[in-house]
Ligand binder design. Structure first.
Ligand SMILES: Nc1nc2c(ncn2[C@@H]2O[C@H](COP(=O)(O)OP(=O)(O)OP(=O)(O)O)[C@@H](O)[C@H]2O)c(=O)[nH]1
Ligand SMILES: [Mg+2]
Length: 149
């Protein structure tokens, strides 16, 4: 598991971090609108640099951290859920590193999605790079069940 630094001057390290990733956690701060607004950019930068074979099916988990600071909330849950829905149904949790709320749940979800994604890569590699759909030679194979979305 890699934790990238948020500061712009470290962005060039991205390629080394992102290549070969099987899941990506996008974290914002519920008390900062800007941190949420920049997630779209983090997501597209990740996809550009990681260059997964099937970007539309790549699993992202969106985390709204600092949930313990409800009084200072600037980002509504509904707004984020809507964005997640519009972006291929990404999972979303509000977490707190301070009081541990949803932290296990978030990482268990990320681990599960990473393993599923790895199976897609392993078993469906020929399909994803060539003819997806009814003409796919392995369309009847059980492994195609791992294809999501
Ligand atoms: N109240 C509260 N504070 C938090 C929580 N998570 C992190 N913080 C605080 O927020 C500040 C930033 O936390 P970091 O873990 O450095 O954030 P980061 O996103 O890793 O920052 P960069 O590595 O610089 O990109 C620190 O002061 C933390 O103590 C949380 O869940 N609740
Ligand atoms: Mg950090």
């Amino acid at each position: 598991m890699w934790d990238t630094a948020g500061q712009e001057r470290y962005q060039s390290l991205g390629i080394a971090f992102y290549k070969g990733a099987e899941c990506c956690l996008l974290v914002y701060d519920i008390t900062s609108s800007k941190s949420f607004e920049t997630l779209a950019n983090w997501k597209s930068e990740f996809l550009r640099q990681a260059a997964p074979r099937n970007p539309d099916a790549f699993p992202f988990v969106v985390l709204g951290n600092k949930a313990d600071r409800e009084q200072e909330r600037k980002v509504s849950t509904a707004k984020v859920e809507n964005w997640c829905k519009q972006n291929g149904g990404m999972k979303h949790f509000e977490t707190s590193a301070k009081d541990q709320t949803n932290v296990d749940k978030a990482f268990e979800t990320a681990a599960r999605l990473a393993l599923e994604n790895q199976m897609v890569t392993m078993y469906c590699d020929p399909c994803l790079s060539r003819n997806v759909g009814p003409s796919c030679p392995s369309a009847a194979a059980p492994a195609t069940n791992y294809l999501r979305r």
